[in-house]
Design a protein around this ligand. Structure first.
Ligand code: SAJ
Length: 416
């Protein structure tokens, strides 16, 4: 069996490597030539624990190769981005491109699996885009288990946690949503090769919504914690102590507040539900707004810290600890830490020290010579104001006495 994986990003590449490690011949497809060349050298272009060794071995053993255009295969897995447009409407253009590219090499008996997080109906749209290109092939009809078709189509949303992807790919339960039950059963055979947990069969629409609901559940819960942090700030109460105490109740499990919610999943997916059911999804929308307002709260805290020094901004050095959207990864997508740091970068400080141990150069959006990417020691030494934005391991383990005499804004509560 040859499996092609379209999109070699945070999900596609680990999935390709895990499948290859089970002795499956995998073709990774990505439009980015640099990504393709990097993988064919046995290297990786993202930071994810254990992935480097897995990819190196897979390429060495000839079970994984990367190409820029799809080739004939038995199974096609689509793991491309599904961002939203300016009005929070889902942008399915990457899925459309992938569908059209796959269609050129599709053959009778192939299975196409959509893994990208998608609004309800996207799997059937993907099928329509393939059908447009290949009127010679028959495709299944939603829910019609009696029909037979040349191509099987399924939605199997990825549910792995960045930072633990390799382990979770194998250990997490998997939802397999077929256009028909037969389609789902075909896909289950593929996932059973590497998934040790349950592969749960449903239809593609339920699978689509289930993924969105999981991330919205987490977003709503983080919004609750973030709202508590605002309430506690107003009432002069330490929110971290409060949450620790409340969580000692047997049925309470409050999450942690922070500078906002980032990443390409939790800050995006709830909008797909809001877009599909705007009048009904009021709590889900409000949670998004609460989480998206948190960076502004942090910027207000920075202004208070400036005032407390009694100096002008232009006389002060500030350090931003962390730019990634969460600890110990290099992923900057939708990162509230990055957006806060960019605002700080254009606020007229004498120097802005960025500390992000997981990246090698300053990201875009920092245009002044006064902004430097430095190590933790230098930043702490030189800064008057220290803003902790990400709870990276190296920040948690640092000597807190070095912060004495500085204005400190700890958005993650690691030093509180
Ligand atoms: N965050 C908080 N407080 C918390 C937990 C998280 O502020 O208590 C913030 C993080 O700092 C980060 C954001 O939320 O900015 C999201 O981080 P996360 O670790 O909650 O989730 P992701 O985006 O890395 O991965 C999520 C996971 N979904 C759920 O846990 C329901 C993962 O299983 C999904 O596969 C992934 O989204 C995805 O790809 O959709």
């Amino acid at each position: 069996m040859i499996v092609s994986i379209i999109g070699l990003g945070y999900i596609g590449l680990p999935t390709a490597a895990v499948l290859a490690s089970k002795g499956v011949e995998v073709v990774g497809v990505d439009v980015n030539q640099h990504v393709v060349d990097t993988i064919n050298r046995g290297k990786i272009h993202i930071i994810e624990p254990e992935l480097d060794v897995l990819v190196y071995k897979a390429v060495q053993n000839n079970y994984l190769k990367a190409v820029t255009k799809p080739e004939k295969s038995d199974v096609f897995m689509v793991a491309v981005p599904t961002p939203f447009k300016d009005n929070h409407e889902p942008d399915l253009s990457y899925i459309k491109m992938a569908a059209k590219a796959i269609a050129t090499v599709l053959e009778r008996g192939n299975l196409v699996i959509l893994e990208s997080t998608s609004p309800v109906g996207a799997t059937e749209k993907m099928m329509d885009w393939m059908r447009e290109e290949r009127p010679d092939l028959s495709f299944p009809k939603f829910g019609d288990d009696k029909s037979t078709a040349d191509i099987a189509v399924t939605h199997c949303p990825e549910r792995v946690l960045p930072g633990q992807v390799v382990r979770e790919l194998v250990e997490n339960n998997r939802i397999i949503g077929g256009v028909t039950t037969q389609c789902a059963e075909r896909a289950r055979e593929v996932y059973k090769i590497f998934v040790e947990a349950d592969c749960l069969i449903t239809d593609c629409r339920t699978a689509e919504l289930s993924k969105l609901v999981e991330n919205s559940f987490r977003d709503v819960n983080i919004a609750f914690a973030n709202e508590l942090s605002l309430i506690c700030d107003k009432l002069g109460i330490n929110v971290w102590d409060l949450i620790n105490l409340a969580n000692r109740h047997p049925r309470v499990n409050i999450l942690q507040p922070g500078p906002g919610v980032g990443g390409h999943c939790i800050s995006v997916d709830p909008w797909f539900i809001v877009d599909s059911a705007p009048d009904e999804a009021t709590l889900i929308r409000t949670a998004r707004l609460v989480n998206d307002s948190k960076p502004l709260f942090v910027l207000n805290k920075i202004n208070q810290a400036i005032e407390a020094t009694g100096k002008d901004t232009s006389e002060l050095n500030i350090a931003c600890l962390g730019l990634a959207f969460k600890p110990d990864i290099d992923d900057l997508r939708e990162s509230p830490a990055l957006s806060i740091a960019r605002k700080i970068g254009s606020s007229g400080f004498s120097s802005v020290f960025l500390v992000e141990p997981n990246i090698g150069r300053i990201p875009s959006g920092f245009d002044s010579d006064s902004i430097k990417l430095v190590d933790l020691g230098k930043a702490i030494d030189c800064a008057d104001i220290i803003v902790l934005l990400v709870d990276h391991a190296s920040f948690k383990s640092m000597n807190v006495s070095l912060l004495a005499g500085k204005q400190v804004i700890d958005t993650r509560g690691i030093w509180s």
